[in-house]
Design a protein around this ligand. Sequence first.
Ligand code: PMV
Length: 347
Amino acid sequence: MSTVSYKSAWKSPSNIALVKYWGKRGLQLPANPSISFTLDNALSDTRVEAIAAPDQKAVSVELYFESQRNEAFEVKIQGFLEKAAIEFEWLKQYHLIIHSSNTFPHSSGIASSASAFSALSLCLCSIDEQIKGITHTNFFEKASFWSRIGSGSACRSVYGGYNLWGQTPALNGSSDEFAVNIDDIIHPVFQNFKDTILIIEKGKKAVSSTAGHALLNAHPFAEIRYQSGFKNTERLLEVLESGDVDSFIQIVESEALMLHALMMTSPTPFILMKPHTLSVIEKIWDFRNQTGLHLLFTLDAGANVHLLNPESENERVQEFVKNELVGYCQNGLYLCNAVGKGPQKTL
Ligand code: PMV
């Protein structure tokens, strides 16, 4: 008798937050709502095979990252799958073989947890449909829910375009448990926005985002931050609809700097920006003053700088990057992205 097995594969992107998620409560619920757009060129490519093992009675997983068995990732994924078994009960009767790789350079400092957990959650939802012989009408919402349990920001990666995560009175249907797509309100000027990621520093961050979120629990400015997160979400929704790029710049840069200011002012302070991060920010401000173009920056929890600009100004921005900013990038590395179309099922 041949062994019963089910397979699924998804390519899923990373995303860049415009209003930041920083601080959480309960089971990975956000302290304030956040808004991001999905990238088109920074993907995890994940394939899952579930092989029937009826006597197993516990989650069991084998994980290969870029073709190498990776035990550190395996431990993380095992913990996630144990939680996911609450809904996907079959996980306790199947052995999982996961193969995953990224389209962006390994340890480039790009957040890979968003693409990795969204790709894996999409695979779980697809296999769930096969095993149960059903179609999930809320497929992407379910995938977003489980991505969130893996890594909060991952829940915003299961759709293309612009997405909001976290309950806010400013958007009907918003939820703390999963992200929702907001493309129907987006003004054309934001629709093909560019994101050029300058790799200032490769490698692992000095402080993980898990530790960073935890520091908010005893942070003197936490409440003020959460209120700003709510307010900026509400303002950014208006701006994304009206096409007011100047206000977009003000909100997005302020969110990035606030994120890093929170790190610097936490009870155990830490700094993830590097001297080149600050040099690039100064250069961007000078360029904007001199040209009147709408180039802005945002930062993730790391030293790398995301340059954002409307599509219509991209040629001049790319020239500026080549002539003036490449020197600040480690090994001259930068990655060209734009608002992406979201995950793709490949098997
Ligand atoms: O998803 P996590 O737990 O890695 O948190 C990521 C938080 C930021 O990337 C700094 C901001 C965000 O909203 O993506």
